[in-house]
Design a protein around this ligand. Structure first.
Ligand SMILES: [Zn+2]
Length: 887
């Protein structure tokens, strides 16, 4: 079997002329016409291309022989819905030709599944243009989402990343609405009464998945790049539906300087004459890097200083930079096939954080990446059901499941390891070589390695090959003798049961060793064999993987770990975060224990850094999520938590001052949230009084950063009232990110009746027939489903509901990306292997093709959690008792 299931190679496109017209706002249909310049390499009577949910009306092939033009017409089509292909059948044989035109007329639907050409509903904040489609509650805007395989839902095309072409695009719109596409507007002409045809300039050569257009009641804020490109500063605009544009300012502050930074860092100018960012009200992912017209989930691009949680500043700055990195990495140079998706996503992730770090060094985003990005990558990659970064993708429709923590975060972690080894300047030089060499073309992993080798003189393939091509990552086990250490690498599995045949990879492991006698700073030693011994080690202090630049876990002897716990002043924030993460993971897998984790983190009560606190508190939440189903262990862990944070909570207080640094504000929220979640009496009372004042007076007398703290206290103390209030706030509130915060807070409800009557219908019902106020849009379902799964009272109830209402769920989550994500977040938190069999049994007779990989990972996650619980619950109980956290 071929390694990829692709369209027949005989017809190749080079240019599309696409026209969309007659948009019907009652039945959501539209009329399309596409004329494709193709080469035909051998005579044929059939042409196969991609088409989904389209009705092809007629097609004509015109073949130019140089002397005359021959025409072949057909209206005979057959469709293969499973493969998402259409075959055009012609009565006569069409000769081979380098210059043929394939013209197709078709009808399509503006769907509401967030894929292809789709409509998004939103509640208007100001009166809208007269022509905007509306119903009793909502207005509608229109946009596209084509990655990975959904250009074919909007127009018939050769929908594969290698089949690059240029695009002319035009769309007929009502005169009072705004149309956008990848390129600037070329012309606007009147088409019929009240309508105009907007034509856009021709795009560069690019893949179909990067084409985009949008239409709606839009307004924008604008800025320009500081650098000049071909003599001109490039206009950068943030578009929103009317009334929201001012919330685009924060993104606008970042986008132009990010474009300049990348142009200089990569040594190749931003290739398009404009850069638009568009906030889309219903969205599957965070954002989509359409060339010149990046589309975003609203919370990933909009920020309001007065009403937003400060955390979204970081999110917006990062997502904007990530998508702009794609304008080069992905758009200018595109992966050859979906198996190389990591080339797009890992690099954009790395470059996104690189840019944010340049603009906000005080945010310490690399420490944040160690805590969030690397930890998430470790969790997935520690599973038997993980996959290599470079993963075979036979059928392009399977690629949706690869947009995961391996492709983004493990890949980025391994690139960060390489950057640290080569130096950022050399790395960027190599990136420049790669981009220039393959501009407007397609590339493979090895091409990037070649360019980086050229720039650095290192054999990058030898360093990186196993990190990208092989599954998993190593655990470095350290053994000590006086004045020396022996280290050994083995594959790490979070279930702790690696078999010899799973443990054959020997990785290049940069050791990041500090503490060699007579040497200053970090040594550039690497482990390239299974094991080795390093002499002249300082017995008093040494550490491996300094600054957590390596993607591996370190297992120190217990006495060394305890000693490092007394030497925190010699560890960087990244060191602390990665040692906490390693210790937690080793406990999970059985190489360590929850006792050693708690012993280590109990020394962090005096910590002042937000990101280190996050690592500490995340590890505690991890324990609570596994062992919290035993009431006494839950109580003991809460007692431990309260004692740990007590001083820090008292010290940081409730007041935000204007000139305090960014991380201090975040730390206040995090500490107070943890205090409230663990029943800190004074903090809970204060939070409740703020909640009551808000509900009774209707005013928000508190800082928007405290919303989660206050919501959480209310959900705990007075769930019936809080559920009602938060659902109302979710529906009526004007804060963009406030909606997400309401949903995530609601997920902590522990009253089974409320969960059944107020939350699950709210989560799963479709609207209509349910009122809009009682139905979460499918693109946001994970915001409530995920905390419900983490909630030991709710996760079973949710699972029962899922099983009883599966067909309703799959109707609501018709987009496979949404369904895949929901299956993952709702099922992976069980702590008993009986759920593995329940899941297997339930899905036995269901179509799981869009989430089969995810199901294996879910089952692995449950096995690991169940093993940890049964192995260590008594160990944990003993430790909590011995240390007076339990009587
Ligand atoms: Zn991306």
């Amino acid at each position: 079997m071929a390694d990829r299931d692709i369209l027949p190679a005989v017809v190749k496109p080079s240019h599309y002329d696409l026209s969309i017209s007659s948009l019907n706002f009652s039945n959501w249909s539209y009329q399309g016409h596409v004329s494709i310049n193709v080469s035909i390499s051998e005579p044929l009577k059939e042409i196969v291309l991609n088409s989904l949910e389209l009705t092809l009306e007629k097609a004509e092939v015109a073949v130019d022989s140089g002397k005359s033009v021959q025409s072949f017409k057909t209206s005979t089509f057959s469709y293969d819905d499973k493969k998402q292909r259409a075959t055009l059948q012609f009565a006569e044989e069409i000769p081979a030709s380098q210059q043929a035109t394939l013209a197709i007329s078709f009808k399509g639907t503006i769907n509401n599944d967030m894929a292809g050409f789709y409509r998004s509903k939103y509640k208007p904040v100001v009166p809208a243009a007269a022509s905007v489609p509306k119903d009793e509650t909502f207005h509608y805007m229109f946009s596209t989402q084509f990655e990975a395989c959904d250009a074919r839902r909007a127009f018939p095309c050769f929908d594969e990343p290698r089949l690059k072409a240029t695009f002319d695009f035009q769309i007929e719109t009502p005169e009072d609405q705004v149309a956008l596409s990848n390129m600037p507007v070329k012309s606007v002409t009147k088409s019929r009464d009240g309508f105009q045809t907007v034509t856009f300039e021709r795009t560069p050569v690019m893949s179909t998945y990067l084409l985009a257009w949008a239409m709606g009641d839009f307004e924008y804020v604008e800025a320009f790049t500081g650098r000049r490109y071909n003599g001109k500063q490039i206009p950068v605009r943030v578009y929103t539906t009317r009334g929201l544009k001012e919330q685009g300012r924060w993104a606008l502050e970042h986008a132009p300087k990010t474009i300049d930074l990348f142009s200089e860092s990569f040594g190749i100018d931003y290739p398009l004459p404009k850069s638009d960012l568009l906030a889309v009200h219903e969205f599957t992912h965070g954002a989509m890097e359409n060339w010149g017209l990046v589309t975003y989930r609203t919370t990933a691009v909009l920020f309001d200083e007065k009403t937003s949680d400060a955390r979204y500043k970081n999110r917006v700055a990062y997502v904007v930079a990530h998508e702009l990195a794609h304008q080069w990495f992905g758009n200018l140079v595109t992966m050859d096939w979906w198996d190389e998706l990591w080339l797009n996503e890992s690099f954009a992730t790395w470059a996104g954080w690189y840019a944010v770090n340049e603009f906000h060094p005080d945010w310490q985003v690399w420490a944040q990446f160690v805590n969030e990005g690397m930890e998430m990558a470790f969790k997935l990659d520690g599973m038997r059901a993980s996959h290599p970064v470079h993963v075979p993708v036979q059928d392009a429709l399977d690629v949706n499941q690869i947009f995961d923590h391996i492709s983004y975060l493990k890949g980025c972690s391994t690139l960060r390891m390489l950057v640290n080894h080569l130096g950022v300047k050399t790395f960027l030089q190599g990136v420049g070589v790669y981009l220039r060499k393959h501009a407007y073309g397609n590339a493979k992993t090895e091409y990037l390695w070649q360019a980086l080798s050229e720039a650095s003189g290192a054999n990058v393939n030898e360093l990186m090959g196993n990190w990208i091509e092989k599954i998993g990552h190593p655990l470095i086990t350290v053994a000590e003798e006086p004045g020396q250490i022996s280290i050994k690498q083995n594959r790490f599995l979070s279930t702790g049961d690696v078999k010899p045949e799973e443990d054959e990879t020997v990785w290049w492991v940069p050791l990041g060793l500090q503490g060699k006698v007579g040497e200053q700073g970090i040594q550039t030693l690497a482990l390239t064999d299974r094991d080795t011994t390093i002499r002249d080690i300082d017995d008093d202090f040494y550490k491996l993987n300094s600054n957590a630049t390596g993607f591996y876990r370190t297992n120190y002897p217990p006495a060394r770990l305890a000693k490092l716990g007394t030497q925190l002043d010699r560890l960087t924030n990244e060191d602390k975060i990665s040692i906490i993460g390693s210790t937690a993971d080793l406990a999970f897998s059985g190489y360590g224990s929850p006792a050693s984790l708690l012993s280590f983190i109990q020394g962090f009560g005096g910590e002042t850094n937000h990101l280190v606190w996050c690592a500490v508190l995340d590890s505690l939440n991890g324990l609570k999520s596994i062992f919290g189903q035993d009431d006494d262990l839950k109580q003991g862990l809460e007692n431990f938590s309260l004692k740990l944070v007590d001083n820090a909570v008292a010290k940081i207080g409730w007041e935000f001052s204007e000139n305090e640094d960014y991380l201090t504000g975040l730390l206040r929220k995090r500490l107070l949230l943890h205090a409230v979640a663990n029943r800190h009496t004074a903090a809970s009372e204060k939070a409740l009084s703020l909640f009551d004042a808000w509900v009774s007076q209707g005013t928000t007398a508190f800082n928007p950063n405290l919303r989660t703290v206050i919501y959480r206290a209310a959900i705990r103390a007075k769930p019936a009232e809080a559920v009602k209030v938060l659902k109302k706030e979710w529906y009526n509130g004007s804060s963009i990110d406030g909606k997400e915060l309401c949903l995530s807070s609601l997920g902590h409800t522990r009253d089974p009746e409320l969960i059944k009557s107020e939350l699950l219908p709210f989560l799963f019902d479709l609207s209509p027939p349910a009122p809009a106020s009682e139905s979460i849009p499918s693109g946001d379902m994970h915001s409530l489903g995920s905390p419900l799964a983490a909630n030991s009272v709710a996760r079973n109830i949710q699972w029962d509901y899922i099983r009883e209402n599966w067909s309703k769920l799959t109707t609501k989550m018709a987009n496979p990306v949404v369904l895949d994500r929901f299956v993952k977040i709702s099922l992976n938190k069980f702590v008993d292997v009986k759920y593995v069999s329940e899941i297997e049994k339930f899905f036995e007779d269901k179509d799981t093709s869009s989430f089969d990989r995810t199901l294996e990972q879910v089952k692995d996650a449950i096995r690991g959690r169940a093993a940890y619980y049964s192995r260590d619950r008594d160990v944990l109980r003993e430790w909590l008792k011995a240390n007076n956290y339990l009587s």
